[in-house]
Design a protein around this ligand. Structure first.
Ligand code: NAG
Ligand code: NAG
Ligand code: NAG
Length: 424
């Protein structure tokens, strides 16, 4: 490697150190493993770690059952009642009276994205810290092409993700169309599996436009996002669509700017960088506003926050489930405990939070990411560089039946007709 690359690596390490220190300083209770030498033996687990979760209710999208969960080497080994392991090196977690559920998968985020003359404040480290503290163990970020070039875009996001602390996937945004892009898309679908889908975001589900009229610019501007937050009533309609299954999953569009960045638009609202936080809040808000209120069941909650996303991106049941052989990405949620949200306790690097002061029921007490306890008793224990890129293979269930419907369309009267020159 040449000197500039080595320097680059060094710079990255220093930067990571700075981020860890910054977060640790604002949250004295937090601990971070050192970037070097993390992994095995770092905090609650690591590769080879064994965990037994006892006495909880295991909730998958297809059913809920009283069962223990045994984890080894980052993978779920067994899910059944009364698992016994006669070994002192197993960490036992008591989940009596609590729900053991697949970790959240956020299908829509923008970490370290260059946008409107600035860069979103959360990168693949602080964004992952926030996600894990809130019970989300994987996300799918949008790769933004570089001047329309998809390959260059993917390369740049792979670099951004070098400091990741949990698993992630990518979707590709298409910002321009020409023959080059068309050729690139073909090879990307072959190599990486890219597909575009849509979903409601948590801010649209629970917020209304009232704050946008606040006379304090710092308050009003933090709610500026696109599409805009609508007047009260729209949120209830979205909740209804989610509970009836019309909308199958919930994302965040986590795209966070701090108050200094938002102030770029002080004299001209069109220059306010659009975006709100949510990667840390989504799991708690959906539980409190949808499951706690009885609009959806526990199994539905798992479906809309995790399983459906895993199915759409064709990574189920490795992700989105607690089954033998699944990745050990899961949370323990205590339905009796309450939460209060805000910038003073969140893990995003932003100094503002659109859910400031929001209270509710249901607390993610433990987050396990690939078999490591990364969040427990309000303490984060994460390792930069420990996340992995999860390939999302093309042609998941959304493609089921497309061959038949294509054939039916071609045979129908609506299809364009190929006319030979000789025909009358
Ligand atoms: C796109 O970027 C890649 C990687 O940087 C480069 O190899 C390729 O030539 C670029 N394609 C075009 C059409 O510029
Ligand atoms: C709109 O949001 C505000 C602020 O969160 C809330 O106080 C108010 O009750 C909401 N309005 C309606 C009609 O839900
Ligand atoms: C917002 O982020 C920018 C860029 O990192 C930083 O310079 C600025 O001090 C931050 N503002 C606040 C209020 O934290």
């Amino acid at each position: 490697m040449t000197t500039p690359c080595r320097l680059g690596g060094l710079l990255l390490l220093l930067l990571l150190g700075a981020v860890a220190v910054a977060i640790a300083a604002s949250h004295p209770a937090n601990e971070f493993c050192a970037a070097a030498g993390g992994g095995a033996g770092c905090g609650g687990g690591g590769d080879g770690a064994r965990i037994l979760i006892k006495g909880g209710t295991v909730v998958n999208a297809h059913r809920a059952e009283e069962a223990d969960v045994y984890i080894e080497d980052g993978v779920v080994i067994a899910v059944r009642p009364n698992i016994r392991v006669g070994d002192d090196n197993v960490k036992v977690i008591d989940a009596t009276g609590k729900f053991v559920m697949p970790g959240g998968i956020d299908p829509h985020t923008h970490l370290e994205m260059e946008f409107m003359g600035t860069v979103t404040i959360d990168d693949f480290f602080s964004g992952h810290a926030a996600a894990l503290a809130g019970g989300t163990t994987m996300h799918i970020d949008f790769v933004i092409p570089v001047n329309g070039n998809l390959t260059a875009g993917l390369e740049s996001y792979k670099q951004k993700a070098e400091k990741s602390a949990m698993d992630y996937g990518f979707h590709m945004a298409i910002t321009k169309w020409n023959d080059d892009v068309s050729r690139e898309m073909e090879s990307m679908v072959k190599d990486h599996g890219q597909k575009v889908i849509g979903e409601p975001v948590v801010s649209g589900l629970v917020l209304n436009d009232s704050w946008l009229w606040d006379p304090d610019f710092t308050i009003a501007s933090k709610y500026v996002m696109s599409p805009p937050i609508r007047q009260a009533g729209h949120n209830k309609a979205l909740q209804l669509a989610l509970s009836s299954g019309v909308l199958p999953l919930v994302g965040t569009d986590h795209c966070t700017f701090n108050s200094t960045q938002k102030a770029f638009g002080f004299d001209d609202f069109r220059k306010i960088p659009n975006g709100v936080n949510g990667i840390e809040e989504r799991m708690h808000i959906i539980w409190d506003s949808m499951a706690e209120t009885g609009q959806i069941s526990g199994t539905d909650y798992v479906r809309v926050t995790s399983t459906e996303c895993a199915k759409i991106f064709n990574i189920y049941p490795r992700k989105g489930a607690i089954l033998e052989g699944s990745d050990a990405d899961m949370i323990i949620l205590n339905p009796k405990r309450s939460f209060v949200m805000g910038a003073h306790t969140h893990h995003s690097r932003s100094n503002t939070n659109v859910y400031e002061g929001r209270k509710g029921k249901g607390m993610v007490e433990v987050t396990i990411s690939r078999g490591r306890v990364v969040w427990e008793d309000g303490i984060l224990n994460i390792v930069p560089g420990s996340g992995r890129y999860i390939r999302t293979p093309p042609f998941g269930y959304l493609f089921d039946g497309t061959e038949k419907s294509d054939a039916a369309y071609r045979a129908s009267l609506r299809a364009p007709v190929q006319r030979g020159k000789a025909s009358a």
